[in-house]
Design a protein around this ligand. Structure first.
Ligand code: OOG
Ligand code: NI
Length: 301
């Protein structure tokens, strides 16, 4: 939850978060435990480092369509990341002011998949012949929020889902989950002593029964050592397919980020440190492992 004002960015972020917490049980589980232990006084004291979305690289969809919503809120497109093994491109977007979360948007390189996988994705997306975001009133927060919950294509069959899953877990995730918020991220460095390092926070999470992503180790560390991230593993949800089959599939997860103070601000007193003094952006090698929070290889462990 963010702010009370009625501007589009707040309406959209609030609505995304409400759907996300209703779907991902770990969100309320973690929040409740933080409140009980008086780590925070209220839910809104938890700082949201960033949120993430996944898209398909086909005409009229993908980053260049999706980003229009957030660019209209004053977000600024920042660095590009490439994930060779997973066939993904991604960008991050800096918020219009520091109280809003960063945004991380990735896109599948659909043209690099097998013909079978491409055919499935094309079957469900070929009716999209104009950028759906262009039809929206970007000043209308309610309309934008509804758009982000609205499926743009039909449900696939369970067999099509399994074909995609065997080749690209990401493709399977997007074909079923669409533009669903993939995760929100708790800023660990903003919490009180005892909880503000990732080692301590992960120990807290495991003590309340949260399962962590272990790909590349529980803590993923950037080359400069200043951005450390960990994440939960998605639960499995019963998903109904167009052929009437129900499969257990991945949904969303929760991430945790610890951003250290940049070397040039090391001498600043603790009470003067704000977000601009900390490591910003993302890190390819961390992200590559965090994507796996929805992958069968992590969930089935
Ligand atoms: C995004 C994974 C990357 C990060 O913070 O580096 C990421 C995803 O799973 O869609 O969230
Ligand atoms: Ni993330």
């Amino acid at each position: 939850m963010y702010f009370e004002e009625n501007n589009p960015i707040d309406v959209v972020l609030n609505d995304l978060f409400e759907h996300y917490r209703a779907n991902v049980a770990d969100v309320d589980k973690i929040t409740k435990a933080l409140l009980e232990r008086a780590v925070v006084k209220q839910q809104t004291d938890i700082v949201n480092d960033h949120i993430a979305f996944r898209t398909l690289g086909v005409p009229h969809l993908g980053v260049q369509s999706f980003e229009k919503i957030f660019l209209s809120f004053g977000y600024k497109k920042m660095d590009y990341y490439y994930f060779e093994g997973k066939k993904l491109d991604a960008y991050w977007y800096a918020p219009p002011s520091p109280e809003y979360p960063r945004i991380f948007v990735s896109e599948l390189r659909v043209a690099e998949l097998s013909q079978d996988a491409q055919d499935i994705i094309t079957k469900y997306t070929k009716h999209i012949t104009a950028d759906p975001v262009d039809a929206l009133d970007l000043n209308n927060g309610k309309e934008l929020a509804a758009f982000l919950q609205k499926p743009l294509w039909d449900l696939p069959t369970s067999k099509e889902y399994e074909t995609l899953l065997a080749e690209s877990e990401y493709a399977a995730w997007v074909i079923y989950n669409r533009y669903y918020l993939n995760h929100y991220t708790i800023s660990i460095h903003e919490l009180k002593d005892g909880y503000n390092t990732l080692e301590e926070f992960n120990a807290f999470l495991e003590s309340i029964g949260i399962k962590l992503n272990t790909s590349g180790g529980k803590i993923k560390t950037s080359a400069d050592g200043l951005l450390r991230q960990s994440s939960t593993v998605s639960a499995l949800y019963d998903a109904s397919f167009s052929d009437g089959q129900v499969l257990k599939i991945a949904g969303s997860y929760v991430e945790f980020a610890e951003r250290s103070v940049l070397p040039e601000y090391k001498e600043l007193p603790a009470d003067q440190i704000t977000s601009k003094h900390r490591r910003d952006g993302f890190e390819t090698n961390n992200a590559d492992k965090i994507f796996e929070s929805t992958y069968t290889t992590q969930i089935k462990q």
